[in-house]
Design a protein around this ligand. Structure first.
Ligand code: SF4
Length: 326
């Protein structure tokens, strides 16, 4: 760790190494420091009261703990909270906290912006700036938990960006979240949401922490999907479905398929039949998402509208009839 490294970027092994080799402290100090940061959400060394005053005064110059700064926080009627966070270099990202009964889910970002430019997505249309580090990913959860004064039960990588285009930092952040010495979040409480980056899905299938997978399908054939999601030109449906089957075989985990319902675009009955055929033979749950029209539309785009309740119902019942849970 250099003087300017964000301590939130460290894995537990790196914490141990910094404590023992750089600071010449006993190993248990790594555990103590992680308990303060990940357990108690204390980011100010002066508040770490089980460290001696002398040690605190030393570490205050050597330990840089940088959770993101909250620029704005909005709460909607259903209790969903949106956070606009600022990073050390002034870049801004969004995270969302979604209440679900007595539990809650934090939806966190993995990149500043997104390079994939899906035609229905505001983030994709605002361009891409940079990847987040592991510490910047984990920091979003810690900042939310500190603000709320309680732990969040589930984390989904579904905010800004494509997590599997930032795989090294994302996998490291999962290790930090999952480590019993750090945030201690169960693998089944972590979900990676991808637009369908095939090499990343295959890497995730082999990863030692079996997190859940959610995939944005949004269309059941290459022609339509290519129009909605440019990423389909690089990773078409054939290789994508093969990768999903590999992930399913490796983990045994049911895969969530995201399908945003766009009126008269991808919500025809034949699309439901095609979707069922594409996903047959795998354990999946199809999440039919109501579309929120976006304000920014590229020149020439006419935009999309939300599918009517009747069209969603028909789509859903075709999937159910063909044995696809949704
Ligand atoms: Fe938006 Fe996700 Fe597509 Fe990126 S991958 S443009 S964040 S929908």
């Amino acid at each position: 760790m250099t003087e300017t490294t964000n301590a939130l970027d460290l894995s537990y092994e790196e914490w141990t190494e910094v404590c023992t080799k750089r600071w010449e402290l006993p190993r248990y100090r790594a555990e103590q420091l992680c308990q303060w940061i990940y357990g108690k959400k204390v980011f100010n060394v002066h508040e770490m009261t089980n460290l001696s005053k002398e040690l605190r005064e030393r570490l205050v110059y050597e330990l840089l703990i940088l959770p993101p700064i909250t620029v704005r926080e909005d709460e909607s009627k259903d209790g969903t909270r949106k956070f606009l966070f600022q990073l050390y270099d002034g870049e801004q990202i969004e995270s969302v906290l979604i209440p679900q009964g007595s539990h809650s889910t934090a939806c966190i970002s993995s990149q500043v912006g997104c390079p994939l430019a899906c035609s229905f997505c505001a983030t994709g249309q605002s361009g891409f700036s940079r990847n987040l580090s592991a510490g910047e990913i984990v920091g979003q959860l810690l900042a939310i938990e500190k603000r709320m004064g309680r732990d969040v039960e589930n984390v989904v990588y579904m905010g800004m960006g494509e997590p599997l285009l930032n795989t090294a930092a994302v996998l490291k952040s999962i290790e930090i979240l999952h480590s019993p010495k750090m945030r201690n979040l169960g693998a089944r409480h972590i979900t990676i949401s991808t637009s369908g980056i095939v090499p990343g899905i295959l890497e995730l299938a082999e990863f030692h922490i079996p997190v859940r997978l959610s995939v944005s399908l949004h269309a059941p054939n290459d022609m339509l999907r290519g129009k909605l999601m440019p990423v389909n030109r690089k990773y078409p449906l054939g290789p994508l479905v093969d990768a999903l089957k590999a992930y399913w075989r490796a983990t045994g985990e049911r895969i969530t398929i995201e399908y945003v319902m766009l009126q008269k675009v991808n919500d025809e009955p034949e699309h439901a039949y095609e979707t069922a055929a594409l996903l047959s033979g795998m354990s999946v749950y199809v999440n039919l998402i109501p579309y929120n029209p976006i304000a920014i539309i590229r020149p020439g785009d006419k935009g999309y509208s939300r599918s009517s309740a009747g069209r969603v119902k028909e789509f859903s019942s075709i999937l159910s009839k063909l044995g696809i849970e949704n």
